[in-house]
Design a protein around this ligand. Structure first.
Ligand SMILES: Cc1cc2nc3c(=O)[nH]c(=O)nc-3n(C[C@H](O)[C@H](O)[C@H](O)COP(=O)(O)OP(=O)(O)OC[C@H]3O[C@@H](n4cnc5c(N)ncnc54)[C@H](O)[C@@H]3O)c2cc1C
Length: 376
């Protein structure tokens, strides 16, 4: 199937199944309900074949261009059938598994993620480690055929729902920095793992603290080389800033369209409206190029930091516009859409933090793309 046939077939399928794919309880029903609904959408899309296109056959896919995956998430977000933050975790984690896991492990686990039978999480950040990821301390010690993991992760999105975790651990000495890190796939029901959800300011327990107390992870769950986890992480982060952002961009355009259609007359400052629209189009143009580079098989790298800066700028410009247009909805959360605008406005503040903060992205752009070395 080529991309054109895929798009036409998917659009027709979505039109025929939209009532079933729409969340019964509507947007803003809470994270438990959203996760249940997401699994249903992924299962339906997988069983109908759409979720399998764009993924390699060795992990249950049908092959084809990665642009199919970009279009599927875009089409679902544009129809308001998914929330891209939770949908696109697959785009962040599955490519890494395909590249770095044993082929049998990837073949066994990735189809379950694609079909929505499993949720996975990303265990990178720690209480003392965010932007300075190379200093992480969660320790893994080799003991025969297992790694024994002890330490803590934090801000781990969806960990309370997750069956597996793509985990970064310290296997070298504490001073080994980025050279002593090993990546592995841990089962979240392994003895010794404790998950404590954290309530964020938008009222959702979207992320968690995760504690590891002598947790055993089989050595054949190692991703990439022992002490080579830094390379795994550096390859994963550009994925976090490519197709998943494309999906988020589609969602933001849909929400902007909804705002323009429903806000009272004269609700917008024309300059702010112009800025939000311009930011959305700038991101769209940039991310489109990234999707095509990925489809051509080019390796994504630090240039995806530009996509992340543009996406975060768009997200905050759109919700600043919302705040100006429907201020009572934001302040009180009881507008026609319930508290959805308020929840989304508050969450938009995180756009300059998750996936690497805006300052760190600009630092990467300055040093690695523009060659402005500065002090480091
Ligand atoms: C909604 C959300 C979901 C997340 N989900 C996950 C997840 O699933 N898994 C996961 O592992 N992590 C996750 N994170 C964590 C995220 O990756 C980190 O918050 C982020 O990398 C920043 O790290 P930090 O919070 O430790 O802040 P810090 O690194 O302590 O930074 C604090 C401030 O200092 C600035 N700063 C730091 N160093 C520099 C520097 N060298 N130059 C200039 N400024 C600097 C930063 O830009 C920031 O403004 C999530 C975060 C959010 C908000």
């Amino acid at each position: 199937m080529d991309l054109q046939e895929f798009r036409a077939g998917l659009d027709a399928w979505l039109a025929g199944h939209e009532p079933e794919l729409r969340a019964e309880s509507g947007p803003g029903a809470g994270l438990d309900e959203e996760m249940r609904h997401l699994s249903k959408v992924k299962r339906m899309a997988y069983d109908a074949g759409w979720m399998r296109w764009g993924w390699p056959e060795r992990v249950g896919g049908f092959g084809g261009t990665t642009l199919m995956r970009a279009y599927l998430g875009e089409a679902l977000a544009a129809r308001d059938l998914i929330e891209p933050g939770i949908y696109s975790m697959t785009e962040v984690l599955a490519p890494t598994m395909i590249e770095y896991a044993r082929p049998e492990l990837a073949a066994e686990t990735v189809p379950r993620l694609l079909r929505g039978d499993e949720t996975w999480c990303q265990g990178f950040s720690e209480p003392g480690t965010g932007s300075n990821l190379g200093s992480l301390a969660c320790r893994a010690r080799r003991d025969g055929g297992v790694w024994r993991v002890t330490g803590q992760k934090v801000w781990t999105s969806l960990a309370q729902y997750a069956h597996r975790c793509v985990l970064l651990t310290r296997t070298g000495t504490p001073e080994s920095g980025s050279r002593g890190i090993t990546a592995m796939l841990a089962d979240m029901d392994a003895p010794g793992i404790t998950v404590r959800p954290i309530r964020a300011m938008h009222g959702r327990d979207e992320f968690c603290e995760v504690f590891f107390d002598d947790v055993r992870v089989p050595v054949d769950r190692t991703l990439g080389e022992v002490d080579g986890g830094w390379g795994v992480a550096m390859d994963l982060l550009p994925y976090e800033r490519s197709t998943s952002l494309w999906h988020r961009g589609a969602y933001l355009r849909q929400r902007l369209g909804h705002l323009l259609a429903t806000a009272p007359d004269g609700a917008f400052d024309p300059a702010e409206l112009g800025e939000a629209v311009q930011a959305a189009f700038a991101f769209h143009a940039r991310s489109r190029e990234t999707q095509h580079r990925m489809a051509r098989g080019e390796r994504l790298g630090p240039e995806t930091s530009v996509d992340k800066v543009l996406l975060a700028t768009t997200e905050q410009a759109v919700y600043d516009l919302v705040a100006g247009a429907v201020p009572a909805d934001i302040a009180l959360g009881d507008g026609a859409d319930g508290d959805r605008w308020r929840t989304e406005f508050l969450y938009s503040r995180a756009a300059t933090i998750y996936g690497g903060s805006a300052e760190i992205q600009r630092d990467i752009i300055a040093r690695r793309l523009l060659g402005l070395e500065g002090g480091r």
